[in-house]
Design a protein. Structure first.
Length: 435
């Protein structure tokens, strides 16, 4: 699994090349600036052949650019790689999204030196050629590993935020100066469909305490707990350079004052998030939302936040963006599905993914087959098969030309059905999503 792309709340898109590689030095992060995407969407809308198609992309609200006598510098609109050797130059919106990815996370990816002990001496040179210096070893949930690697590839991994490496203080020479440390965590569960952590900036006695609540989870669930988003701002990334940050007694407070300027959620923004989430899911990507907020403890004792402290409640968040994860099917899965279907076995997928993601993957694997144009989340495909069954009296019989139907259903819809109503569904679902 790996990170394919990140969409940030200013409508910029960042694509990761070599996304499944664990080596943070491999691949690039390519940015499609928000203005470029706005113009591309406008072009698609004005040149669309048929907006009435049920499969047409949802129209996005377009904010016209204000008239200006200054010629447009089109070089700034080009897709381009972001600099990974200067984290302070990374776009602010991406930096906050990657803060959530790196810190709301319990996985790690470390570099393990090649060990030739016990190996055949004749093969030592070949081993060094295959693995010149080291191999990367992931520890933890594959989804969280993908998020850790994404942050590392952009140069703002956990070590950059905390100043602490795997074996002690960071030796990389480049950190944020925030010295963040985790003081609380609410683990992910299937009811909430999200995870949150609290990180505190280390401060000297008498200075302001800064606590951040970071959360990731199902976009639709996370949005319900958000009240604001990070809009496009005129703040230059240079305003958050390391030299400026360290002038403050509390570097994180200064950084937030300069770059963290939320705006209230709007219907326009919610429409945009929904469209981007659907776009990612339709390409088979697993989609997570990312959000954060600054919290001020209400109690006198701030040594350790409590689950019931309203300051750390999982609400009042600022939405930062979406992350799309690619998880290629294992080799041989599609062939196994075909063999089962050829034997008259109906293959069913049960997943926690979004229904669009699940449907796209099921279609790729042959579990769902699109047969009727214009149908939404319910496809029919008639195949000529032999269905062998054991009759009531113990005799074998078969039916020819049975109609196989395909449908996806969400967990919320499933909860509304009784067992009897579920069994009467025709066609019976092949894909159960968000369950």
């Amino acid at each position: 699994m790996g990170t394919s792309e990140i969409w940030t709340s200013d409508n910029s898109l960042f694509r990761f090349t070599e996304s499944t590689s664990l080596d943070p030095s491999r691949g690039q992060v390519i940015v499609e600036p928000a203005e470029l995407r706005r113009r591309m969407i406008h072009l698609q809308r004005t040149t669309a052949a048929d907006d009435s198609s049920p499969f047409a992309a949802p129209s996005l609200p377009i904010t016209p650019s204000s008239p200006s006598s200054t010629p447009t510098d089109y070089t700034t609109l080009r897709s381009r790689p972001i600099p990974r050797d200067d984290p302070a130059a990374i776009p602010v919106h991406l930096r906050y999204a990657l803060m959530v990815a790196a810190l709301c996370n319990n996985a790690s990816v470390s570099k393990k030196a090649v060990d030739d002990d016990g190996a055949d001496p004749n093969n030592k040179n070949k081993a060094k050629e295959d693995k010149p210096d080291a191999e990367w070893k992931p520890i933890g949930d594959p989804t969280e590993v993908a998020l850790v690697v994404a942050a590392q590839k952009a140069g703002v991994g956990r070590e950059w935020w905390t100043g602490v490496g795997p074996s002690g203080p960071s030796t990389s020479g480049t950190t944020s100066g925030f010295s963040l440390r985790k003081v609380h965590e609410r683990a992910f569960d299937s009811e909430r469909k999200l995870m949150s952590v609290v990180f505190r900036a280390e401060t000297t006695p008498g200075t302001e305490t800064v606590d951040l609540v970071l959360a990731k989870g199902a976009p639709e669930e996370l949005l319900r707990r958000c009240v604001a988003f990070l809009p496009t701002t005129e703040v230059s990334s240079s305003t958050s350079s390391t030299s400026t940050i360290h002038e403050s007694a509390n570097p994180l407070a200064a950084h937030l004052a300069q770059t963290f300027r939320p705006a209230p959620l709007t219907d326009e923004f919610l429409h945009l998030v929904s469209a981007e989430s659907s776009r990612m899911a339709s390409h088979g990507l697993r989609v997570l939302g990312m959000a954060m907020k600054r919290a001020v403890p209400f109690g006198m004792d701030i040594a350790m936040p409590k689950d019931d402290d309203p300051a750390y409640a999982e609400d009042g968040f600022v939405f930062c963006g979406l992350i799309g994860l690619i998880d290629p099917p294992r080799a041989g899965v599609r062939e196994a599905v075909e063999r089962c279907q050829g034997a008259g076995i109906k293959v069913v997928m049960i997943t926690g993914d979004h229904v669009a993601t699940a449907s796209a993957i099921a279609t790729e694997l042959g579990i769902m087959k699109k047969g009727v144009a214009g149908m939404v989340r319910c496809f029919l495909c008639f195949v000529d098969v032999v269905d062998l069954r054991l009759g009531v009296n113990g005799t074998m019989y078969h039916t020819l030309g049975k109609a196989f139907s395909f449908r996806a259903i969400k967990g919320q819809e499933l909860d509304l059905l009784s067992d009897e109503a579920l069994m009467e569904l025709n066609p019976f679902p092949n894909v159960f999503a968000r369950v």
